[in-house]
Design a protein around this ligand. Sequence first.
Ligand SMILES: Nc1ncnc2c1ncn2[C@@H]1O[C@H](COP(=O)(O)OP(=O)(O)OP(=O)(O)O)[C@@H](O)[C@H]1O
Ligand SMILES: [Mg+2]
Length: 161
Amino acid sequence: MTEKYRKISNSPEETFNFGVLLGRFIEKGFLLLLLGDLGSGKTLLAKGIAEGAGYKNEVTSPTFSIIQEYNSGSKNIIHMDLYRLNTEEELIEIGFEEYLDKDNIVIIEWPELAFSLLPADFVFIEIKKLTDNKREIIIFGEGKQKEIIMERLNNNADIRN
Ligand SMILES: Nc1ncnc2c1ncn2[C@@H]1O[C@H](COP(=O)(O)OP(=O)(O)OP(=O)(O)O)[C@@H](O)[C@H]1O
Ligand SMILES: [Mg+2]
């Protein structure tokens, strides 16, 4: 199935809250690739996802550190921003491949550089700037992870107990 899920966000809060919802629906081993222009809302969405996945502390932008790790107790979340890297070699040097562990949730901003190093199953989340405050969030992909997220979004079931 190649159906896409589309969501309009009218404010930063709505984007964050949609992230929280996504965070509740994902599991260990999920790999989320965030696409979108500078300032589209990728970091904000990632913060929401981390919160939804159970992370309690404040999530900061990984822009200057490239990789940040948030441990929520039951889930280990890796948040990367590859914007400042230029080559695949640099990516390998920072230990990129070791982070793609099936026990981690991995969220990557600017993932283009990593495409040839990725496993088969992952989910694209694209954010399009429509106006200053309005965004379209589009979820797509060909794998099982995308199907799971789609199904949970469509049922809007809360899998936390
Ligand atoms: N509906 C919206 N959803 C998300 N962000 C919004 C929205 N409306 C306005 N904004 C603003 O857009 C900015 C998004 O910033 P954010 O750092 O999340 O972008 P980014 O995609 O991570 O950028 P970069 O590519 O530089 O990492 C914030 O300042 C936020 O307040
Ligand atoms: Mg960012």
